[in-house]
Write a protein that binds this ligand. Structure first.
Ligand SMILES: Nc1ncnc2c1ncn2[C@@H]1O[C@H](COP(=O)(O)OP(=O)(O)O)[C@@H](O)[C@H]1O
Length: 281
């Protein structure tokens, strides 16, 4: 698959991929709806999946994308991680990014496409195929660029009530040694006005990680609220874009991982995936 995205160096308002180039202005969606492919493909027979995870900050995109990536043997590529890696490096890009990220704003399409392109190139060189993208695309422009370079099979839109998202973000912790993510928030939202309640137990770290937990610099209440606002303004239109293309699978998380994971596998028709894999081997 030709899927390396490039940003033309000659003009900051042009992206290019191979011989194609794009202006930085968004164009209207006009493609007719293709047949829904998604998880209804028999993943044991076809090429590796190329999926996208959408959803508000804190919804759990990283958690479920990472579990599916292990199950399906495809890389989980989170553009937020690419941004954090770039932030951790020294140099002018890091300084530029820290101001944007610490205000909860989106990095420019140009920078993010560049970071993703390098990550895909490095993966291709190592023989990776397929992917689960988490945090990309986040703007219409990014979606169009992605659509021009490759076929996305399925877009999973994870949803949780808005009221729990801030608490979920504020409860996030990462072990700075093993890199695993945890969440110390106890979520217990009562159902009202016909909406079901939701409760989620904390995902606590094992004793060896306890003293090594770190909180993301952009997971403060003020910055999380800014990210949620920006998501609603900038990223929500993507749901409609993929819905029109017949690729969107909406998934309301019923609770924490123990309740949600089996239901998600069922929705993706992957509940018997491991059995199918061993039968096909
Ligand atoms: N596709 C993208 N486009 C623009 N900025 C991005 C993108 N992905 C990540 N970022 C930047 O990295 C930050 C962290 O991203 P992420 O870890 O995905 O956080 P979130 O919890 O908001 O989903 C974002 O707030 C944004 O500044």
């Amino acid at each position: 698959m030709a899927r390396v995205l490039r940003v033309a160096r000659s003009s900051s308002s042009l992206f290019s991929f191979g011989s194609r180039s794009y202006s930085a202005e968004a164009s209207h969606v006009s493609s007719p709806p293709p047949p829904f492919l998604g998880a209804r493909r028999d993943v044991t027979k076809e090429r590796n999946v190329q999926w996208v995870f959408l959803g508000c900050p804190g919804v759990g995109k990283g958690t479920y994308a990472s579990r599916l990536s292990s199950l399906l043997g495809v890389p989980h590529i989170a553009t937020g991680d690419l941004v954090r890696d770039a932030l951790a490096s020294s140099g002018p890009l890091s300084r530029q990014l820290s101001e944007i990220v610490n205000q909860g704003k989106l990095v420019s399409d140009e920078i993010i496409v560049n970071l993703l392109s390098k990550r895909l190139e490095a993966g291709e060189a190592k023989g990776e195929s397929g992917f689960i993208l988490d945090g990309f695309p986040r703007t219409m422009r990014q979606a169009e660029i992605l659509g021009d370079v490759t076929d996305i099979d399925l877009v999973v839109n994870l949803k949780l009530p808005e009221e729990v998202l801030v608490d979920k973000c504020l409860g996030r912790r990462t072990c700075n040694q093993c890199g695993k993510g945890f969440n110390i928030a106890h979520i217990n939202l009562k159902g009202e006005n016909g909406k079901p309640g939701i409760s989620m137990d904390p995902l606590l770290p094992p004793p060896q990680c306890m003293s090594k937990l770190i909180t993301r610099a952009d997971d403060t209440e003020e910055v999380v609220k800014a990210r949620l606002r920006i998501y609603n303004e900038t990223s929500q239109p993507l749901e409609e874009y993929y819905r029109i293309k017949g690729k969107l699978m909406e998934f309301d998380l019923p609770g924490g991982i123990p309740e949600s994971w089996p239901r998600l596998l069922e929705a993706l028709r992957l509940d018997d995936y491991e059995e199918k894999q061993s039968a096909a081997a």
